[in-house]
Design a protein around this ligand. Structure first.
Ligand code: NBP
Length: 472
């Protein structure tokens, strides 16, 4: 029997769809799952009548693969990934390649690359985005590791990936854990945009008194604009239009207001802050999920602290796409991308990843959750200036900021007066206002630090490091 081209470990939602994608693209496959009943169910169901076979154990799995073996692991990140590596390693031979397609912490991937490459195996840490549909039809993939390992799977990945006008949504990201770092930041940006869209919905509902069908019309309007056309805006419209089959009412209004998280948003914020990257919009979205999970406390808080009486504000009309809210959404979305790209730029320097910013924007244009038309502008901005320190000062983005800042300001002020939290809009406004202020009040912070801790300070009128005996 001829050996299979490709092996997959982990038949969860993602694994199942990715192996069907590989098979459809001409790569006969073998699958292994810890719980064999899942393998059987898959082979008798979606995997039936395809060039896909199953294995009861890892020895059989490895024996069924042609050499050098190409094995994709799609298991839970963390200890499950380490367990699979440990269990499969004794069966691998020189030149075989393991790919971790899970959402692993990039520092775990750094460690695994070193360990596995020292045993003469190839190891790729690859971010995969697109959910189950993307995995099946064409995801965006962010593989990192040695270039030689990437070359060994390039033909497979380029066929499996989503395709956009300038190529497949996969490229060699860089060494070590760079692929997983880029995926982590992708997810951080995703957290930001999801929260931004939720804030817009909340304002239209609570300040403008609109129902879900009307709000959905605004999202449809936005999705037809260059600035906001995106997968997340598209699915938000769908969510808002969906009715509860039980009584025909708006389904989103029946959903508990507690958002979960699995770690990548937190890792983005922690890594960014460690690198000295300012990511307030992304942080605000993470904190909003944390606050949302405090449901019991919030209920009590509302009783004790009360709600301010809501005033109505003019925030536009459906026919003009709720113009100031659109301004807030556009600028906050731009800020999320700008902050994510800034984290990538600094990580590239710190970890020698040599990231190609236009290529990263290119592979996010299709397949992934944050795909949007803005990414073409981001790609253009970095092509124009590969060393661009911040997207906000690229000419196209700067024009957006200048034009839309009054709208964002009006929305944040209205929300504050109405007592409605808009953490991403507010953080974005502060971010932009800080970024366009040449003199911030940190001179006073420096004075205080020198006063209590003799930390010294620099002066604007002379070179050197100074200390003052402040409290005589
Ligand atoms: P899950 O994250 O739910 O993982 C399920 C798979 O992990 C199953 O095959 C399960 O085997 C296996 N597994 C576990 Br759990 N512990 C194991 C262990 N100790 N040893 C061996 N196998 C183990 O599935 P998923 O949602 O398909 O995600 C897979 C990976 O892809 C994750 O890292 C996830 O973060 C990432 N990801 C997910 C998405 C998404 O949209 N879901 C998108 C992008 C990336 P069992 O059947 O025996 O329990």
């Amino acid at each position: 029997m001829s050996k299979a081209h490709f092996g997959l470990v982990g038949l969860g939602v993602m694994g199942e769809n990715l192996v069907l994608n590989a098979e459809r693209n001409g790569f006969s496959s073998v699958v292994y799952n810890r719980t064999y009943s899942k393998t059987e169910a898959f082979l008798n169901g979606r995997g039936a009548s395809k060039a896909i076979s199953g294995a009861v154990d890892l020895q059989e799995f490895v024996n069924k693969l042609e050499r050098p073996r190409r094995i994709l692991m799609m298991v839970k990140a963390g200890s499950a990934t380490d367990a699979v590596i440990q269990q499969i390693s004794p069966f691998l031979e020189e030149g075989d390649l393991l790919i971790d397609g899970g959402n692993s912490l990039f520092s775990d991937t750094e460690r695994r690359v070193k360990e596995l490459e020292s045993k003469s195996f190839g190891y790729i840490g690859m971010g995969v985005s697109g959910g189950s549909k993307g995995a099946l039809e064409g995801p965006s993939m962010m593989p990192g590791g040695t270039k030689a390992s990437y070359d060994a799977i390039e033909s497979l990945l380029t066929k499996m990936a989503a395709q956009v006008e300038d190529g497949p949504c996969v490229t060699y990201i860089g060494p070590g854990g760079s692929g997983h770092f880029v995926k982590t930041v992708h997810n951080g940006i995703e957290y930001g945009i999801e929260q931004i869209l939720a804030e817009a919905y909340d304002l239209m509902k609570r300040i403008c008194g609109m129902n879900c069908d009307d709000i959905a019309k605004v999202f449809a309007f936005w999705n037809s604009s260059e600035e906001l056309s995106s997968y997340l805006v598209e699915i938000t419209e769908i969510c808002l239009k969906t009715k509860d089959p039980e009584d025909g009412s708006d389904l989103v209004e029946k959903i508990m207001d507690k958002a979960g998280q699995k770690g990548t948003g937190l890792w983005t914020v922690v890594s960014a802050l460690q690198l000295g990257a300012s990511v307030p919009t992304i942080y605000a979205s993470l904190n909003a999920r944390v606050m949302s999970s405090m449901k019991f406390q919030r209920e009590k808080g509302q009783t004790i602290l009360g709600l301010t009486s809501f005033s109505t504000f003019d925030l536009g009309s459906i026919s003009d796409g709720m113009e100031p809210i659109m301004d807030a959404v556009v600028l906050s979305t731009i800020a999320s991308y700008a902050q994510g790209m800034e984290a990538l730029r600094l990580a590239s320097k710190e970890y020698d990843y040599n990231l190609k910013m236009p290529s990263i924007a290119q592979i996010w244009k299709g397949g992934c959750i944050i795909r949007s038309t803005l990414l073409k502008r981001i790609q253009d901005a970095y092509n124009l200036d590969p060393q661009l320190p911040n997207l906000l000062i690229d000419p196209w983005f700067a024009e957006q900021v200048v034009r839309r800042l009054p709208g964002l300001t009006r929305v944040v002020a209205a929300a504050a007066q109405a007592g409605i939290p808009v953490p991403c809009f507010t953080s974005t406004l502060d971010y932009i206002n800080s970024y366009r202020t040449s003199r911030l009040p940190q001179n006073l912070v420096q004075a205080m630090r020198d006063c209590f801790g003799s930390h010294t300070y620099e002066r604007i009128d002379k070179e050197g490091s100074f200390h003052t005996d402040w409290v005589k």
